[in-house]
Design a protein around this ligand. Structure first.
Ligand code: ADP
Length: 261
């Protein structure tokens, strides 16, 4: 009610969904979708009584279909809502299910917004404990619109330790604070590469950038993920690492519990 009195648009919950967690990044290619997918799988694996969904609103570059090994057209329910597709126990919805994989997404802003509206309001999720939302990179209209239209329990911001990624991650954190979305913390991805032969460690994108940013913004580091061949291969084959290699060290972060108010 405080938020409404400040004149922000009215937030309407997504029907059947208890908590929404958005995964965001400043720049593209830093591992935001990889984090969203593995976070969803980890939330479900941690507590089998929890129902988890994954919503891909990265409308210009939807990667959830490939990462979750899903394709096809969602069926419509009796009330004309789209039914999510299911894999590894996660209910998924993505722009990628609604358009051809190779179709160019050179849409005008208006079409993107109506697509977002569909993805937010016309999906039959059933009952979900968590809906993990894969945002587009950056701080544009889509991110603002999602943040203002649905109640969000928290945002996870993903960045590499590289300065240019961190600058944009900083902007992302500021945006969420402005629209009163609690930032749960930062995920530092691709922080170190260990040569599988000689075991030497290289900090390809820098070492501690996200940790420094976390201190500046008074945020927690939720985890630190190495650049690892298994993670990339797991994504590309549609068998995310939390599902296919749940014991591997690379995924410690994604398996930890997230606490919400
Ligand atoms: P974003 O959503 O930020 O654009 P993605 O999650 O799609 O980024 O990741 C970009 C690419 O990098 C993908 O091919 C993904 O498999 C790969 N990738 C992401 N994180 C890692 C990692 N820690 N180690 C190896 N490859 C990674």
């Amino acid at each position: 009610s405080q938020i409404m009195s400040r004149g922000l648009p009215k937030q309407k919950p997504i029907e059947g969904v208890k908590q929404v967690i958005v995964v965001a990044s400043g720049k593209g290619g830093v591992g935001k979708s990889t984090t969203a997918v593995n976070l969803a799988l980890a939330l479900a694996a941690n507590d089998s009584s929890k129902a988890v969904g994954l919503l891909d609103v990265d409308v210009y570059g939807p990667s959830i279909p490939k990462m979750m090994n899903l394709k096809g057209n969602p069926e419509l329910s009796q009330s004309n809502l789209m039914r999510p597709l299911l894999n590894y126990g996660i209910a998924c919805m993505s722009m990628g299910f609604l358009v051809e994989e190779t179709a160019p997404l050179v849409w005008r802003g208006l079409m993107v917004m109506s697509a977002i509206e569909k993805l937010l309001r016309q999906v039959d999720w059933g009952q979900l404990d968590y809906l993990v939302v894969d945002m587009p990179p950056g701080t544009g209209d889509v991110q603002l619109s999602v943040s203002q239209n649905i109640p969000i329990s928290g945002a996870v911001i993903v960045s590499t330790p590289q300065d240019i990624a961190l600058m944009d991650a900083h902007k992302g954190a500021e945006m969420f604070r402005k629209v009163h979305v609690p930032v749960l913390g930062l995920v530092q991805n691709m922080s170190v590469f260990q040569c599988p032969k000689c075991k030497h460690k290289t900090h390809i994108f820098g070492a501690d950038g996200a940790r420094r940013l976390a201190r500046t913004l008074d945020l927690d580091i939720l985890g630190d993920i190495p650049l690892h061949l298994n993670i990339r291969e797991a994504s590309d084959t549609g068998q995310p690492i939390v599902f296919s290699q749940p014991e591997s060290d690379e995924i410690l972060l994604w398996c930890q519990d997230f606490e919400f108010q």
